[in-house]
Design a protein around this ligand. Structure first.
Ligand code: ADP
Ligand code: MG
Length: 399
């Protein structure tokens, strides 16, 4: 794993001012925070630093204010939620730099926690303006990045600060990087990847990166239809990107020469209308889909075979559901394969790492998210990592 410093390397932080970049972009509805997952994820880092006597200053973005102050995007709105999760008082600081911030930081005692205002209120954040970063760094002694989910952006508080202060990965960043390394960086072989979801077009780069790295590429979801169509299968009314046939062919060719087996479903669940439990639902061989039918899930025989593939593997990386899982019973294949992966992980024979907004929802729906080795909630950053891209926020942490 590319080396970076963690809190284990940070030394004595007593009385030092630590800037901690976190993800507090908490979902809100009618003025109330509806999900605390992100706050919970960064709590260990914040508490560890505070308990070691640092003056902890939280930096985060909230919504998309585009470089201007908007009271409805003030981070003061999540202050109470953060205090509840931490079980500590948190002082809100309505700036990130300048005399007001300096004065507020001056009254913090060792172990106190401050929450600074939404970093995106200032245009210098998204521009990664060195002046802006220097102004923030001027009040601090060190920088900890615990926001993997923002690490695909080269912004002042996700990337710039790391060049100005001694910098460290927080515990949540460390766990994420370790899990991703276990899954694709330095995995135990054989490795299987499940790539599903709606469209090939959003995941071309992911597929191209994976074929050269995994032993089994399991393609499901709407994107499997594009691959089937490229092989001459008539997919009827299914979601399908016919214009990507050449790209699909190229990916299959590259898989062949890399020794990667591509698994496409040979039976599928089809219906004439996209609705819950439609009367027209039936299981079909992929070669017998009617012109007025849609493929909405991978079929039971294919799922069973895919489970057998996972049993031969030591590592699994999963992005994208196998079917239209939000609408029953088109969740069946995703749930069944997720359960196999969870059981193998529990037995200790499989390292399983999954990510993606809908994938996380699907694994929660299957009730197995906690049984996977690691489930990333990082969204865009996770996908860019699946594409093999270097994330600027991670790269900047290297000493
Ligand atoms: P993630 O957010 O995990 O990266 P995607 O956004 O790529 O996943 O894809 C998830 C979407 O793909 C879901 O809304 C699901 O309903 C849809 N989907 C999966 N299979 C099919 C299919 N056969 N036909 C239409 N939509 C599908
Ligand atoms: Mg999605």
């Amino acid at each position: 794993m590319a080396s970076f410093r963690t809190l284990d390397d940070i030394g004595d932080v007593r009385g030092k001012v630590a800037l901690v970049r976190v993800d507090l972009n908490l979902p809100m509805q009618d003025g109330a925070v509806t999900d605390l997952t992100r706050a919970r994820a960064v709590a260990p880092t914040i508490l560890e630093l505070a308990d070691a006597g640092a003056k902890v200053l939280l930096l985060a973005h909230f919504g998309r204010p585009k470089g201007e102050r908007h009271s409805q995007m003030s981070l003061s709105l999540v202050q109470g939620a953060v205090e509840n999760v931490l079980g500590r008082e948190v002082m809100f600081i309505p700036e990130v730099a300048g005399p007001v911030a300096a004065q507020a930081i001056g009254i913090l005692r060792a172990g106190d926690i401050g929450l600074m205002e939404n970093t995106r209120f200032w245009p210098g954040e998204e521009k990664n303006d060195p002046e802006f970063a220097r102004a923030i760094a001027a009040n601090a002694d060190l920088y900890v990045n615990d926001a993997f989910s923002a690490a695909h952006r080269a912004h002042a508080t996700t990337e710039g600060l790391a060049h100005l202060l001694p910098s460290y990965a927080g515990r949540s960043m460390e766990a994420e990087l370790r899990a991703l390394d276990q899954a694709l960086g330095n995995p135990q072989k054989p490795v299987a990847a499940v790539v599903g979801g709606a469209k090939v077009s959003t995941k071309l780069a992911v597929l191209e990166h994976l074929v050269a790295r995994v032993d089994h590429l399991i393609i499901g979801g709407g994107m499997a239809n594009t691959f089937l169509a490229a092989r001459g299968v008539d997919v009827g009314k299914s979601l399908c990107e016919h214009d990507l046939a050449a790209e699909a062919e190229a990916i299959m060719d590259r898989a062949d020469s890399a020794g990667c087996t591509v698994h496409l479903p040979y039976d599928v669940v089809v219906a004439k209308e996209f609705a819950a439990n439609p009367p027209s639902i039936r299981i079909s061989n992929v070669h017998e889909v009617a012109a007025d039918e849609m493929i909405l899930d991978v079929g039971p025989q294919a799922v069973e075979a895919l489970g057998d593939v996972l049993k031969t593997c030591r590592t699994l990386v999963w992005n994208g559901p196998l079917g239209a899982f939000e609408t029953p019973p088109f969740d069946a294949a995703t749930v069944a394969l997720a359960k196999v992966a969870a059981a193998l992980t529990k037995e200790g024979s499989l390292v399983s790492v999954a990510g993606g907004g809908d994938t996380v929802a699907a694994l929660n729906h299957a009730g197995v998210a906690a049984d996977f080795t690691y489930v990333s909630t990082a969204g865009g950053a996770f996908l860019e990592w699946m594409e093999g891209r270097e994330l600027p926020g991670v790269a900047a942490l290297r000493p």
